[in-house]
Ligand binder design. Sequence first.
Ligand code: SAH
Ligand code: SF4
Length: 351
Amino acid sequence: MNKSSIYGLTFDQLEAWLLPHGYKTFWAQKLWNWLYRERVADFDAMTDMKPECLALLKEHFVMHTLTEHIKQESADGTVKFLFKLTDGNLIETVMMRHKFGLSVCVTTQVGCNIGCSFCASGLLKKTRDLTSGEIVEQIMNVQRALDEAGNGEKVSHIVVMGIGEPFDNFTNLMDFLNVVMNQKGLEIAGRHITVSTSGLADKIYEFTDSKVPVNLAISLHAPNNELRTQIMKINKAIPLEKLMDAVDYYLENTNRRITFEYILLKDVNDRPQDALELAELIGHKKQYVNLIPYNPVDEHGQYQRSTPDAIMAFYDTLKKKGLNCVVRQEHGTDIDAACGQLRSKQIQKAQ
Ligand code: SAH
Ligand code: SF4
């Protein structure tokens, strides 16, 4: 039997697991402290835990289900990790340095079934969902690498924008968020966490109702159904009308803005009329717009990156219409940093 990761349990789940074994809340708190505050790499380093308790934990859980396979460092401080899971699958995690802090982009699935036409992750169908422990361990591995470097750096932001569709792995995503936000542990503020979805409307309602106080980003990428269906086939099943109803529900029931992501593809969705139509569609909503320069993917040769002039013109149009718009700063372009690129290249090499 494969033992599961201790990092997969929320505090409440850990407490509930320990209690029937005779260990009260006090012990759950101690353990949690070793895991998330001391951040030791081994159960045996938890010096003030009872040996019987550690033996019990070791019998049922492990602390490492990820091993570092490849680590690439970019000139701009971005670090990309390729982790191997216990079943041999590979996943990507990216750490980025910003003026405002240090963010980690996590993966939620092995592959992705949404299959957007511009994305490297969608090239490989979903093999399985990641467990909550495998998602939390991505953060812990990065944080431990920072701890070892000894500069006192701490992961302050999380973006759930790696491989996979987080809302297609909803329960594990929610447990992950619960763990990393817990004030007794890593204590990463919800306002510093963003979950990105390709637009699974049902889950947007569920996410809103859960009241988990983290930011939501929608991969919009087109201002009308025809164009969106052309580049994201999910739009056939969940057209813009349905998606925008769910977005409005989110906005009505939270105090937050929503972020719309928009990849700029040369002559596909970057024309002036696209910008005007986009402003028409979302201009009246409480929004941020992230314009993303397309990161070329070898297998998607039909797409090119928009010219700098087209990007600026698109940006200007949205600004003039009063939208809160930024062009996303790029990180680690020298190290295959676009979503899923390193993984898909490694897998091709191996085949
Ligand atoms: N599946 C979720 C989250 C992961 S993708 C989603 O689609 O939202 C995270 C972001 O990376 C999405 O906005 C996605 O559209 C974008 N992305 C995918 N491929 C890209 C590429 N080649 N260049 C730039 N951004 C890309
Ligand atoms: Fe999946 Fe997101 Fe890539 Fe689309 S953009 S294939 S939803 S990971």
